[in-house]
Design a protein around this ligand. Structure first.
Ligand SMILES: NC(=O)c1ccc[n+]([C@@H]2O[C@H](COP(=O)([O-])OP(=O)(O)OC[C@H]3O[C@@H](n4cnc5c(N)ncnc54)[C@H](O)[C@@H]3O)[C@@H](O)[C@H]2O)c1
Length: 443
């Protein structure tokens, strides 16, 4: 039985609370919750009592300023970090130095300097940092890994990777703290670190040079769309008709309870106008990335597409593998509302016959016809059952894994390396290397 403290009690922590209270209650116990917002802590503490029979009073709570004291008093043995991206490095380093192993959500951190600080804290303490890259566990991503690892398409020479976020899930990044690049590192770090981790893992390589181009072209107060809008509300929670880009927190009991009802504690608005001022996170990005062993990648990310999903092509010396995924076919504005949820986690009921929701893995060897490979769900729950398998590795400890999915802080640095270099490239208009930024990518 390992005792856990969770830092950051907003949305993402729920998966860990449910795992600790449910499937992993034999191996894990929750002893502390840390957050800047006492109201959100209260909601989750009450929920642990109602959903999983915890004695709410037995869970110690407090703000990040009291981190070391709460960890010591609660008897915690391991820390889980689910606070905003810009806070990760501080929370990780302090927890390590206080004597605890850490499990952290992606991204490990958002800058080169804070990545170096984590490397120093790990070297000093000898403690472990696990980064929970749940996309690695998604059966479709595992199926592509198996094809590449088997050598079937030969030595990888290049990758093309296009990810599109829709006007529901994609837009949601521009309502929250993520819209300010200082908080999230932009989507190149916040979102695409998942994608760049997948590539590092799929092709077993390390990024060596990055050129990036892109900008804030759709959201924000300066876009063409914003200029044509006319007067509009600074937030989505208001009476009267809504635009398809607005989120009224009163429509979702969970969002209302976690955010709207807790604004009085910290003033944080979860439903900001995506066409309002303050958006510095780019919504259109294109990158060229070179890898150490020779492959290159063309990558693009768009955050205002009418559908959501991704296409990956991996070219090898013996053929090509292609993964095509549609997570949501369309975003429809029904009854003055759109569905904001991440379709990869929650599933989607917006499907159509022209672009059906689904996933296809094709393998085509030179001088042969394409073959479709099966993608087998490993259970129920988010990401085709992948999240359940990842949580088993986190709470029970990883066993032998032929796909090498469990990830540590170095995988975390390698995953943000493309985004960190990409952000410098965006600012300076040149190709940038992880080496020149001193990113600690070596194992
Ligand atoms: N792997 C995935 O698929 C996935 C999905 C969602 C979120 N995430 C990650 O989880 C993390 C949290 O995201 P979220 O969507 O839950 O955000 P959120 O805003 O819902 O929750 C963050 C919580 O952290 C609290 N907080 C802010 N500053 C803090 C600090 N200094 N110390 C402690 N708590 C602090 C906030 O009050 C809030 O309750 C992010 O790093 C995000 O990238 C990962």
């Amino acid at each position: 039985m390992t005792k856990y403290a969770i830092i950051g009690c907003g949305h993402r922590c729920q998966m860990y609370f449910d795992a600790i209270g449910g499937d992993h209650h034999d191996a894990a116990a929750l002893v502390a919750m840390i957050d800047t917002n006492p109201g959100r802590i209260g909601v989750h503490r009450q929920n642990m009592a109602q959903a999983w029979g915890y004695d709410a009073g037995s869970i110690l709570t407090g703000g990040p300023d009291e981190l070391e004291a709460i960890l010591a008093r609660s008897g915690a043995e391991r820390v889980i970090v689910t606070s905003p991206d810009y806070t990760h490095a501080d929370m990780i380093c302090r927890s390590l130095r206080a004597g605890y192993d850490v499990v952290t959500e992606k991204p490990l951190t958002i800058k080169a300097e804070s990545a170096k600080a984590i490397a120093a804290a790990v070297a000093e303490t000898g403690r472990q940092v696990v980064v929970t890259f749940n996309y690695r566990y998604s059966p479709r991503n595992c199926a592509l890994k198996e094809v590449i690892q088997s050598g079937e398409i030969g030595q990888v020479t290049s990758v093309s990777f296009e990810w599109v976020l829709d006007t529901a899930h994609g837009a949601d990044y521009f309502r929250r703290w993520h819209r300010d690049k200082n908080n999230s590192g932009g989507l190149l770090i916040h979102k695409a670190s998942h994608h760049f981790d997948l590539v590092n893992w799929w092709i077993d390589d390390i990024p060596a040079r990055v050129f990036a181009s892109g900008g804030v072209k759709f959201y924000g107060s300066d876009s063409v769309v914003a200029r044509d809008l006319g007067p509009h509300s600074p937030r989505g929670t208001h009476d009267g008709p809504h635009s398809p880009f607005e989120l009224d927190l009163r429509d979702d009991p969970r969002l209302k309870q976690l955010y709207l009802d807790q604004e009085r504690h910290d003033g944080y608005l979860r439903d900001q106008d995506v066409f309002g001022p303050g958006v510095t996170t780019e919504d259109n990005l294109a990158l060229v990335v070179d890898y150490r062993k020779g492959p290159s990648m063309a990558y693009s990310l768009n955050a205002h597409c009418p559908w959501e999903g991704y296409r990956v092509g991996v070219n090898g010396t013996l053929g090509r593998a292609e993964l095509l995924v549609v997570e949501r076919s369309a975003v429809l504005f029904k009854d003055d509302k759109v569905e904001v949820l991440d379709p990869s986690y929650s599933g989607s009921d917006t499907d159509d016959s022209v672009r059906p929701v689904g996933e296809h893995l094709l393998v085509q060897k030179h001088f042969a016809k394409a073959e479709e490979r099966p993608i087998v769900a490993v259970g129920s729950g988010g990401h085709g059952g992948g999240d359940v398998r990842m949580l088993k590795d986190v709470f029970d400890g990883p066993g032998e894994d032929p796909l090498h999915r469990p990830s540590d802080w170095i995988d975390g640095v390698r995953a943000i390396a493309v985004g960190v270099c990409g952000n410098v490239s965006l600012a300076e208009g040149r190709a940038v290397t992880p080496a020149e930024l001193g990113l600690p990518v070596e194992r």
